[in-house]
Design a protein. Structure first.
Length: 276
């Protein structure tokens, strides 16, 4: 007999599956014949056949004796597929409603590895509707350039900051255009804020063990935006007042920044970054 496993995975009991398979192989049959062919007791078969009738996969032929026939398998598959599709659509709406009112914004979720981080970025970019704040390096920007292009073409405003030249020209860009900055700055952190509803942050350099994150927490999103704004303010200040005039490499950049800090009397005991 054909294995009943697939039907059981679809919600059939084992006896229902046995009877449906028996009738699919030979129809019509009396209840007695179904019980004998399917290998179940006569006392159980009529209850099983009633359940199959309610599932719309068995038809009853009135008479004396009453007979039973399996519906055409193509009709069964079509009906079942539509039924499951409607149930999945309803489930999707319920889950979407539940997600909206959940407290996801209170949590930070880890991203395991660069590949998962890049996939999260691509998904967030494709779902963005208004604006994207992006801090990126050329290597990682290349991996999400197509999705950014699509977002730009549908009217999403993109604000991008980078130490190196980016592989696209659209959006509002603030870049130092330094040559090979990753040689002196091994960290290549990729940060994105999408519609001020989602923050994704992670490390692009696979040699650095750093866990990426994604969160809907408003405070963390504002902190990420503030960090990018400070980068933009420093970028504009250094260029406007000539501290980076002609600078094209990391050494020139560092010297220009140092001169600026000296001129504004930056405190020597200012807190250091973790990597300093």
């Amino acid at each position: 007999m054909i294995d009943t496993g697939l039907l059981e995975e679809m919600g059939f009991s084992q006896n229902e599956a046995k009877c449906f398979i028996a009738l699919s192989k030979k129809s019509p049959m009396t209840g007695y014949e179904v019980a004998k062919t399917a290998g179940i007791t006569r006392t159980m078969v009529y209850d099983v056949l009633k359940r199959l009738e309610r599932k719309e996969c068995v038809q009853v032929i009135e008479g004396s004796p009453k007979m039973y026939s399996a519906v055409n398998y193509k009709d069964f598959i079509h009906t079942t597929r539509n039924d499951y599709g409607k149930k999945l659509d309803a489930l999707e709406k319920q889950l979407e409603s539940m997600t909206r009112i959940s407290d996801r914004e209170n949590y930070v979720f880890n991203l395991s590895g660069k590949a998962q981080m890049i996939e999260a970025f691509k998904k967030a970019i494709l779902e963005s509707k208004r604006e994207i704040y992006l801090s990126a390096w050329s290597q990682e920007a290349n991996l999400i350039a197509d999705e950014l292009q699509q977002a730009h073409e549908r009217g999403v405003q993109i604000y991008a900051f980078s130490f190196c030249e980016l592989p696209f020209s659209f959006g509002i860009q603030y870049t130092y255009n330094l040559e090979n900055p990753h040689q002196k700055f091994p960290n290549r952190r990729l940060t994105g804020v999408f519609d001020r509803k989602l923050l994704i942050m992670g490390e692009g350099n696979e040699k650095i063990e750093e866990i990426g994150i994604t969160t809907e927490n408003p405070m963390l999103m504002e902190m990420a935006i503030d960090q990018m704004l400070m980068d933009l303010i420093l970028h504009c200040t250094l260029h406007h007042y000539g501290y980076l005039q002609g600078a094209s490499d990391v050494d020139h950049y560092n010297k220009g920044v140092q001169r600026f800090f000296e001129d504004i009397h930056m405190y020597e005991e200012i807190p250091k970054r973790l990597d300093q």
